[in-house]
Design a protein around this ligand. Structure first.
Ligand SMILES: [Fe+2]
Length: 237
């Protein structure tokens, strides 16, 4: 049985910070973010600008659409635990929300990043399947440092900072972009200079978490990414 999804009590200032963050970023994303993301965000009635959302209610909505759920974690967790949760169709979120003087800079992901950025696309069956298969392959490759690094790069350049092509147009998608006002505008300015996604390309491109992104990949077809990832995994053994 899953642990209960209990959050701290938040005060009015914290709810106000959430509303400010959400409202400013939702407006900023119009025209820039993928429909894959935006349509799901607008569909999630448990995730709005009104107040800091309830994790249990978001989990219920995920359950009802793609069978995913959420787990509450204190912060960043070991990669093996992360893979294991994804394999069980659970995404993890922290429950702390940045202060108002931290609107645009964070050293570690907060609940706005974890939920506003990551939760909506889990309503999409293709993306949800990618995340589950990604987790299962991560579990299977436990201890294989080189392969785990390759998976982390795939996650970084797709789930965190990927663009997706929709009707021939490149749209921002990754959670690191969706949850950041500054990153959205920076990434959007690079949209004519994206690298075409290939599994080899992302898996051989290093990333750093401490500097602004200079490389973005354009994903054209999520089922194709799943097929390539599975073929890569099959070829390792
Ligand atoms: Fe993230």
């Amino acid at each position: 049985m899953n642990a209960p999804l209990i959050q701290p009590l938040y005060d009015e200032v914290q709810h106000g910070t959430w509303s400010l963050l959400y409202g400013r970023q939702r407006e900023n994303l119009t025209g820039k973010a993928a429909h894959l993301y935006l349509d799901a965000l607008d569909q999630m009635s448990a995730l709005t600008d009104a107040a800091i959302p309830r994790v249990d209610r978001m989990a219920e909505q995920l359950q009802a659409t793609t069978g995913w759920s959420l787990a509450i974690v204190p912060g960043l967790i070991p990669v093996d635990d992360f893979f294991a949760l994804l394999a069980q169709r659970q995404f993890c979120t922290s429950t702390w929300v940045r202060r108002r003087d931290q609107l645009d800079y964070l050293e570690e992901p907060d609940m706005f990043h974890d939920t506003f950025g990551h939760v909506p696309p889990l309503m999409n069956p293709e993306f949800a399947l990618f995340m589950q298969r990604f987790g299962e392959i991560g579990v299977a490759l436990r201890g294989n440092e080189q392969a785990v690094l390759a998976l982390q790069r795939l996650y970084w350049f797709f789930v965190e900072f990927g663009f997706v092509e929709e009707q021939g147009v490149s749209k921002a998608f990754g959670a690191g972009i969706m949850s950041s006002y500054g990153e959205t505008n920076h990434a959007w300015a690079q949209r004519l200079d994206l690298r075409k996604f290939t599994l080899d390309g992302v898996m051989s491109t290093p990333f750093t978490t401490t500097e602004i992104q200079t490389t973005y990949f354009l994903i054209q077809d999520i089922p194709e990414v799943i097929r390539e990832m599975e073929a890569w995994h099959a070829g390792l053994s």
